[in-house]
Ligand binder design. Structure first.
Ligand SMILES: [Zn+2]
Length: 173
């Protein structure tokens, strides 16, 4: 069984150590994400995160998380598999006062010393990465109709001669 993402994690220590998290995690505990999609299946959550610091000592969390989910197509209301991916580029700041002063490109997140709830953060990022409207790429119904060629194929096949019928024919002679 796969591990869940930690709900309490020291990101500043991880940043100082240039820690990398590259692993698969359990996706079944992502209850809020589950409610935002049709289903999340059995696929594991793919996590690639890098903690780092810059020369000024600021801590960063960058990377991506990915999970195959099923969304409802807004046209035919059937399920549509969707590779949900969230890209993270966060600067970790210890209090609000630092957010105003921060002028870099990364998205500021305030995390006090006691720890980062990595699970909640990742789930938030995945929910934010959901498309506003999900739809099959092509027309929904014709695609399904074309996926049933079995009958016509059977009809097109020429009838094979029955070897037992041939035996019966020989016996008669
Ligand atoms: Zn559709």
């Amino acid at each position: 069984m796969l591990m869940e993402l930690p709900a309490s994690f020291d990101p500043y220590r991880a940043a100082t150590a240039n820690e990398v998290i590259k692993n698969q995690f359990d996706s079944q505990g992502l209850e809020r994400l589950k409610q935002s999609v049709l289903s999340i299946g059995d696929e594991p959550l793919q996590v690639e995160l890098e903690f780092s610091t810059d020369i000024t000592g600021r801590s960063y969390l960058k990377g991506k998380v990915a999970l195959l989910v099923e969304l409802e197509c807004q046209r035919c209301l059937q399920g549509k598999p969707y590779p949900l991916t969230a890209y993270l580029d966060l600067v970790l700041l210890r209090h609000e006062g630092q957010v105003e002063k921060y002028e870099g490109e990364s998205e500021p997140v305030v995390i006090e010393d006691d720890g980062l709830d990595l699970k909640t953060l990742i789930e938030d990022e995945l929910i934010l990465a959901l498309p506003i409207i999900a739809m099959h790429d092509e027309d929904c119904q014709p695609w399904q109709a074309e996926a049933e060629p079995e009958i016509s194929k059977a009809e097109a096949e020429p009838e094979r001669e029955n070897p037992f019928a041939m035996l019966a024919q020989l016996k008669k002679d």
